[in-house]
Design a protein around this ligand. Structure first.
Ligand code: 5AD
Length: 436
């Protein structure tokens, strides 16, 4: 069986980026950026909102014509949309060769062999794959940062969310596995890892809790920085806060999705905490780490959200002063409780949701700009990641608070921690000068 030349396109979250890198390692072969040169095309999809899911499906259509030139070409769909629609996708797209759910990546090599031998069209969407964490991701030579998955799936029951349906129940990765992957990445020159999981701070394994994981990773000498995402508010514990404050390598940034500032809406969303609870958690974090930066996710227009509820969200944003936020209009997802509410009289019209979203995003712009302005004149420890996107004479790195900083510098600083004096605060980044 010949080697494969893979073209892969990725939609969605960090978990999907990670999974795409696992797919690269799972297949025997190399990657290409040109679909015309590929003999294996995989679209790794996201189902979180309807738009994302449509985008992924329409992108598949682009590869249909390549099949008439190359009958041996294999085109597959993976990820959350694959899991969600399964078999139906084969009917809808006659040129599609396989459907692979996010938990079934270890089965990919078998699937490809089977397709080549029998020209069959397999659908692999089972959840109970034993080798769940066995395939580690491909790591690009020279990259300073890397993701390390610590868990698959999700046990929460948020009313809007499709993730538990498409990624299954929470399965936590053994501590030794996480350490092993981290040590491997460090041997490749990585300096910073981001632990990823749907509710990363609910991680537990054989008596160890998330705080123990942070402390264990903190012991690894050559590791400079530890980040993690995404945390679930109810899973913040005293021990976690203490570990974040004690372990110097842990960055002082927490992504903590609040979703809404209205207790009524939080209840409808089944988020299991109140705004009071959320604000108290932030207070505890700030007490332990006065400089900590908090970012969040917010959904507007969830069924039942009134103008007053929405204004409570704006008020909470002002109170917490989020560094940044990702915000979305609610999108009903098949089979969720939210979808039932959406199909009732509680539905929020699209123009109302759009208007709320733009008000919210304007407020966030102001908050982010004023946070960035506050840094002017300050010095920041920056881990240099790469050249700046737009200017090869500039480098880019991040502060402990996850702010992007651009500054003049040469290649040899990449991978190093440097001191940068900030002299400008832009809309989404800072500028400064190295002053070591
Ligand atoms: N509609 C809109 N936004 C959603 N999110 C999750 N599900 C939906 C949905 N159905 C948002 C949440 C989550 C982020 C990853 O995506 O804010 O934190």
């Amino acid at each position: 069986m010949g080697k494969n030349t893979l073209y892969i396109e990725t939609y969605g979250c960090q978990m999907n980026e990670y999974d795409s890198d696992r797919i690269i390692n799972a297949i025997d072969g190399e990657t290409t950026n040109d679909p015309k040169k590929a003999d294996l095309i995989i679209i790794n999809t996201c189902a979180i909102r309807e738009k994302a899911d449509q985008k992924a499906l329409s992108s598949l259509g682009r590869f249909k014509h390549l099949k008439s030139n190359n009958p041996d070409l294999i085109v597959g769909i993976s990820g959350c949309v694959a899991q969600l629609y399964g078999e139906k996708l084969l009917k809808r797209m006659p040129y599609l060769d396989f459907v692979l759910g996010p938990r079934a990546i270890p089965k990919l090599p078998e699937l490809i062999t089977e397709i080549k031998q029998k020209r069959s069209r397999p659908v692999e969407t089972s959840f109970d794959i034993e080798e769940l964490f066995e395939i580690v991701p491909y790591h690009e030579e020279g990259k300073i940062t890397a993701f390390v998955s610590v868990q698959q799936g999700c046990n929460k029951k948020c009313a809007y969310c499709i993730v538990p349906t498409v990624r299954g129940a929470e399965v936590n990765r053994p501590l030794e596995d996480i350490i092993r992957e981290t040590v491997y990445l460090l041997s490749k020159g990585v300096k910073e890892i981001t632990l990823i999981g749907q509710t990363v701070n609910s991680w537990k394994y054989e008596g160890y809790k998330f705080a123990d994981l942070l402390r264990a990773l903190g012991e690894i000498d050559t590791l400079e920085r530890i980040r993690f995402t995404t945390s679930y508010p109810r899973d913040i514990t005293k021990k976690m806060v203490e570990a974040m404050a004690d372990v110097d390598k842990v960055c002082h940034h927490l992504h903590l999705p609040v979703q809404s500032g209205s207790d009524k809406v939080l209840k409808l969303m089944n988020r299991t905490y109140t705004t009071k609870w959320y604000l108290e958690s932030i207070a505890k974090l700030k007490e332990a780490m006065p400089d900590i930066a908090i970012s969040t996710d917010i959904i507007v227009g969830f069924p039942g959200e009134t103008e007053d509820d929405f204004e409570e969200t704006l008020a909470l944003m002002n109170e917490v002063e989020f560094e940044s936020s990702y915000s979305f209009k609610y999108s009903p997802r098949p089979g969720t409780v939210g979808e039932e509410l959406y199909n009732s009289s509680e539905k929020i019209e699209d123009d109302v949701a759009s208007e709320r979203l733009s008000r919210l995003q304007n407020l966030q712009k102001e908050l982010t700009q004023s946070k960035n302005n506050e840094r002017i004149g300050e010095s920041e420890r920056v881990l240099v990641e790469d050249f700046s996107k737009n200017d090869p004479d500039f480098l880019m790195g991040r502060t402990t608070h996850n702010r992007i900083v651009n500054f003049a510098g040469k290649k040899d600083l990449i991978g190093k921690l440097v001191n940068v004096k900030i002299n400008e605060g832009l809309a989404n980044s800072l500028r400064g000068e190295v002053f070591n």
